[in-house]
Design a protein around this ligand. Structure first.
Ligand code: ZN
Length: 339
């Protein structure tokens, strides 16, 4: 048995509000498997396929209780062995395996059971601010998954704990996911103003045909549910009128200006943020902001204050603002006027 750990704060640098972020592993941990030690292993045929045309099926032997495989695990002819059937053939004598190999046979029986089956426990601990609000879940890994069992708990602003096993929990794995390569997830989380859940959902997979209970989401944002999402809307108040944008370099461009009342708010709520917006476009190929006429701006919008609208000078002010904005762009790009 041996262990190792990584201090992620030391390796990747500190994060605000995180006191501890450490990964840890206990390797080569002896597996108890009390029942198998008392009664002996329970050999059954395990494997995969046939999956599709041209894909070869494979069969080997595993213990139905603890998931430990003999060494070698065997390579049985798929034609004669069903997945899950008890394996009784007395073919695991070392002399037999050796003989089969020497003959170059493509199938051979399983070897002896390992003396001291071992597994791994690992995890990751964060003390401090992580993300979201809350999440808790477990994953049952399918055969072939890196982690047999894994689970996590994350509570803002206290931290998070992730744990996983390799080998440990194989009994549960064999009971719950006897076939296939799809791990299953049970999880509930509260993040981004919503409760989400997964109930025996396929890991990293989602399908339109999944039953309703398999995954779901309930929004906690009551304001949004009642009044709708916050968004911009516009109403034309004046224009279009023509104006002239005089650039600092001396060139002048005709533009078409439209005054709009801009509203930022929820559709079903009276309260909103109002402002004035002048939408502009130029019909003559745009105003260049880079040397040699590259990067021509053909339209955009600027905002003007209430006073400019009250004094009916919004169009003049808008032209000055457009000239200033594009002048800044030209300065940034190192614009040189064409001769
Ligand atoms: Zn066993």
């Amino acid at each position: 048995m041996w262990w190792h750990s990584i201090d992620y704060l030391k390796r990747d640098g500190r994060h605000r509000g995180v006191l501890v972020h450490r990964g840890f592993w206990l390797h080569n941990l002896p597996r108890l498997m009390l029942w198998c030690r008392l009664r002996g292993h329970k050999p059954v045929v395990d494997g995969h396929g046939p999956i599709g045309q041209g894909l070869r099926a494979a069969r080997w032997v595993t213990c139905d209780r603890c998931g430990v495989r003999p060494d070698p695990q065997g390579n049985l002819p798929a034609k004669h062995f069903e997945l899950g059937q008890p394996y009784t053939n007395d073919l695991y004598r070392p002399e037999f395996i050796q003989a089969m190999r020497e003959l170059g046979s493509r199938t051979w029986g399983p070897g002896p059971w390992p003396d001291r089956p071992a597994g791994t426990l690992g995890g990751e601990l964060v003390i401090g601010k992580t993300f979201g609000v809350f999440s808790a879940g477990i994953t049952i890994g399918a055969a072939g998954a890196e982690h047999t069992l894994s689970g996590h708990l994350r509570i803002w602003p206290f931290g998070a704990l992730y744990l996983h096993t390799e080998g440990f929990g194989a009994w549960l794995q064999r009971r719950l996911i006897p076939e296939g390569y799809t791990s299953r997830v049970i999880k509930v989380s509260v993040d981004d103003w919503a409760i989400r859940w997964q109930w025996w959902a396929r890991e990293h997979e989602w399908s339109r045909d999944d039953p309703w209970w398999m995954h779901g989401r309930v929004s906690l944002d009551l304001v949004q549910a009642l009044f709708g999402p916050k968004r911009y809307s516009y109403e034309t108040v004046d224009g279009p009128v023509l104006g002239w944008v005089k650039m600092p370099e001396g060139d002048t461009h005709q533009v078409q200006l439209t005054l709009q009342r801009q509203r930022l708010g929820r559709p079903r709520l009276k309260r909103a943020k109002w402002s004035w917006n002048v939408d502009w476009e130029t019909p003559n190929g745009g105003i260049p902001t880079k040397t040699n006429g590259r990067n021509r701006i053909t339209g955009s919008a600027v905002s003007v204050p209430d006073e400019a609208v009250e004094s009916r000078s919004w169009d003049v002010l808008a032209c000055a603002l457009i000239a200033r904005k594009l002048g800044e762009d030209r300065a940034r790009f190192g614009y040189v006027p064409s001769p």
